[in-house]
Design a protein around this ligand. Sequence first.
Ligand code: UFG
Length: 327
Amino acid sequence: MAVLVTGGLGYVGSHSVKQLVERGEHVINLDNLIFGHKQAACGSEVIIGDIGDRALLRDIFSKYDIDAVMHFAALADVPESVADPRKYYDTNVAKSLALLDVMLESDVKMMIFSSSAATFGDPQVVPIPEDHPKNPTNPYGRSKLMLEEILREYERAYGLRAISLRYFNASGADPSGEIGEDHNPEHHLIPIVLQVALGQREQVSIYGTDWPTKDGTCVRDYVHVSDLAQAHLLALDALRNGCQTTEYNLGNGNGYTVMEVVRTAENVTGREIKTVSADRRPGDPAVLVASSEKIVKELGWKPKYPDLETIIETAWKWHSTHPNGYE
Ligand code: UFG
């Protein structure tokens, strides 16, 4: 029995693959290497290719005895999705439909899907529960919501069961220091802040200092990537035990401002991190904090690294030992 992981050489994918392999799962890791890194394979069987390639998918499903798919492969740059929505609906929706088609042809009927807090848009209440209204403010969030809705219909019509995991702000790195976050270009706050600590950037721009929050900067719910990985393994077990299609939010329920992240990173690294005020970034909500009670209660999810300092310590261990990422 094997698990097909798409995008398993990327950031959240590779951390999940590592935990799958560590518990003895046979992992087939399909990645097109656009964002993935070969060095992040973690003992999985890597196949270089695209999720939109039906012929390749048919080969994979006929060659291996796959019972479930973890589907990470996607584009995830919010501003880019606004500038070029076609690319996002093509990769995140159309190519996912190709994958689902071949799964159904091959009678593989379990999927764990990487969704996002971006499906909610501006929250009306925080912490955000799963059934909060969904009004994505960008094509990225809408593409993720579309797939969630498609997965609901595919259960009704075809019996394909899926768990959608809505990540809030994925961050940190595997505590071993072997794998971590390496995006090019990098847009995320914590790696950017640590690049300033490393002297690779002069300063970090703070996107808005006049938000209605305690210090005027945006509040986010940072969740450790290894805790996200743990949730994927629990979701796989739940599907194998017969659970029905559902969605779970993944965050720690604690919001930190951008300035709190910078100050915590200064403490962790012992270095000064220069900041400069900049305009608000279009599409940013002021506050995004998850309620993850549902997955805690239903699947027994227990984050091991919930506090911001530990998250940044693990990220620092990775960035300070891999200043140029995997290269
Ligand atoms: N920020 C800065 N300066 C920077 C980078 C970020 O001030 O140089 C701020 C952002 O404005 C935001 C916060 O830091 O308020 C966090 O920004 P990130 O880009 O790290 O993360 P986001 O909250 O924008 O986005 C993340 C994921 C998206 C996802 C979104 C909602 O990266 O894929 O959460 O789920 F859509």
